[in-house]
Ligand binder design. Structure first.
Ligand code: FPP
Ligand code: MG
Ligand code: MG
Length: 335
């Protein structure tokens, strides 16, 4: 079976068609990021060349299967714009997080310093803006609003929960703004540029938002539940960084999780990074058996159900089957 980014492509013909479109996106991506200045081209193409699943372009390409022109040039342009925006945010995110690695490669900030990384991100945004202008003012507006939401999410995460507000609400808002909104835009953009009707376009935008949120929740579950090495990441990464994801927030809400609160919070109730290996292991075991984990799984199942309800109403085609497999994969990969 051919799969892209965890999505099963029903037939070989369909897989080939999508692979062909993804190659067009790849070519456009690299050509848009190239400039007359070699140092700029090198920094700007660094993350695109480091790899990545191209999940967002793929989501746009599949959404375009619900309009009369799934292979129009505008669809390829739209899918490329979304990836450019995504890559731009990663340059800036790695500066803010002081990350040294991204996609198995050295991050731009670690390689060239913060100034170059920030400027490279800005250059990607400039190229995305230029490219989206060819799609017309409606598209420019969608990207501008999407971009503002990404920034809002990053800002909300940076500021943290305000006193008295629910940490779970804060978490879900950040996930929506930082992750779901861009996948929602991918669905909207793909559908729109293929000439899909307004109702279908709105539906694919909603599907993107739901799938994007579900994907983040399943990532959070995997960070706690996966045995070392299985997911290609070290389990407990979030805990070591003092990041409290959905299963943790739910568990901390449970009066029975006394020892977990001792491990994850300071005596005054502040978040505390867990640095000791034995403490990380203990916290992970407690979490795996906790009500927080089962509640997070229920939340994930709720999102999957919402996604299926949106999918049910779409006409049957290869893309609908691919989306169904994506929803299944998102739930199953987290056990
Ligand atoms: C990764 O999060 C970051 C995002 C999904 C988006 C961040 C948004 C911005 C930086 C907005 C500003 C952008 C620009 C171009 C002005 P993460 O750190 O939780 O995940 P990671 O593990 O992939 O680093
Ligand atoms: Mg980061
Ligand atoms: Mg970050």
């Amino acid at each position: 079976k051919t799969t892209f980014a965890g999505i099963e492509m029903g037939s070989a013909e369909f897989a080939q068609e999508i692979a062909g479109s993804l190659r067009r996106v790849e070519d456009l991506l690299i050509s848009e990021l190239s400039s007359g200045e070699d140092f700029l081209t090198e920094a700007a193409t660094h993350l695109a060349k480091a790899g990545g699943k191209r999940f967002r372009p793929l989501f746009a390409l599949l959404s375009a299967q619900f309009g009369p022109q799934p292979r129009a040039d505008e669809v390829i342009t739209a899918a490329t714009v979304i990836e450019l925006i995504h890559l731009a945010t990663l340059y800036h995110d790695d500066v803010m997080d002081e990350a040294t690695m991204r996609r198995g490669a050295v991050s731009a900030n670690a390689r060239w310093g913060n100034s170059v990384a920030i400027l490279a991100g800005d250059f990607l945004f400039a190229r995305a803006s230029r490219l989206v202008s060819t799609l017309g003012p409606d598209s420019v507006l969608i990207i501008a609003d999407t971009f503002a939401e990404l920034v809002t999410g990053q800002m909300r995460e940076t500021i943290g929960t305000t006193a008295g507000a629910s940490a779970v609400d804060h978490y879900l808002k950040v996930v929506w703004e930082k992750t779901a909104v861009l996948i929602s835009a991918a669905g909207r953009f793909g559908a729109m540029t293929s000439g899909a009707d307004a109702e279908t376009t709105d539906r694919l935008a909603r599907l993107g938002g739901i799938v994007g949120t579900a994907f983040q929740v399943s990532d959070d579950i995997i960070d706690i539940s996966s045995a070392s090495g299985e997911s290609g990441k070290t389990p407990g990464t979030d805990l070591r960084e003092g990041v409290h994801t959905l299963p943790v927030l739910y568990a901390l809400d449970d009066p029975e999780c006394v020892r977990l609160r001792e491990l994850l919070l300071t005596p005054s109730g502040e978040r505390r990074p867990v640095t000791d290996d034995a403490e990380v292991d203990e916290a992970l075991s407690l979490l795996i058996a906790s009500s927080g984990m089962s509640r997070a799984r229920e939340t994930l199942a709720d999102y999957a159900e919402q996604a299926r309800a949106e999918l049910d109403v779409l006409p049957d085609n290869d893309a609908k089957a691919a989306f169904s497999s994506l929803v299944r994969y998102t739930v199953e990969r987290s056990g």
